[in-house]
Design a protein. Structure first.
Length: 217
């Protein structure tokens, strides 16, 4: 059994608790009560307002006050559901990350199982570039203050890449995983795009890394 098999696409967030628990204000092991209609409306308003704010300016400058004001809800209402701006961005990313996680676990190769490690890593890089191309502002918002390493999505990506490194027969796999994920940081991707690189060029460069590092000898 590889490391990835212990992960499921359940959208973890800070502290590696299930995101559904976090967003409902619950601790691990507690069941979520049915959402009231007014709470559902407030959640939708918060997420819509936050999505616009994150897209319109540097996500790192968006505050909880900004989101509450734009959504037309009180600070207490906002904080009862989301502890910080990172968790709001994580909530917005949820369905996109879950879709990719499902493909990694059970989709067709090379993204899913059945292809050599280097091909799978290259396909993962390409899929992540696609995610960043569409949602880099949300990823950046979710990674504010070094939160990248605390999100369950990063834990899932880490498990996936580590499984590929192990499958390729690389010794000391743990020392290699974070460096292989480093090019996927939202700040790195945005910097490359601002320098004029296309998403295709970035994906091609990452493919070179995958083939160079993980091609079995």
């Amino acid at each position: 059994m590889d490391m990835l098999s212990t992960y499921r696409p359940i959208g973890y967030s800070h502290g590696m608790h299930p995101r559904s628990d976090l967003l409902a204000g619950l601790g691990p092991g507690r069941s979520a009560a049915p959402e009231r209609a007014d709470a559902a409306r407030n959640r939708a308003k918060v997420l819509a307002a936050a999505a616009e704010l994150f897209a319109a300016r540097d996500p790192r400058t968006v505050t909880m006050d900004d989101i509450a004001k734009a959504a037309g809800v009180g600070r207490g209402t906002l904080y009862r559901r989301y502890p910080d701006t990172n968790s709001v961005a994580v909530a917005l990313l949820d369905e996109h990350e879950r879709a990719l996680q499902e493909k990694l676990l059970s989709g067709p190769p090379p993204l899913g199982p059945g292809a050599p490690p280097a091909k799978r890593l290259g396909a993962f890089y390409a899929a992540m570039v696609g995610l960043l191309d569409a949602h880099a502002h949300l990823v950046l918002g979710a990674e504010i203050g070094g939160a990248r390493f605390a999100t369950g999505a990063y834990g899932f990506w880490y498990a996936h890449v580590r499984a590929l490194v192990v499958a390729a027969g690389i010794r000391e796999p743990d020392a290699l995983v974070d460096p292989l994920l480093a090019p996927l940081a939202a700040e790195v991707y945005r910097q490359q795009r601002e320098r004029g690189l296309t998403s295709g060029q970035i994906a091609d460069a990452l493919q070179v890394i995958a083939e160079t590092v993980l091609t079995q000898r």
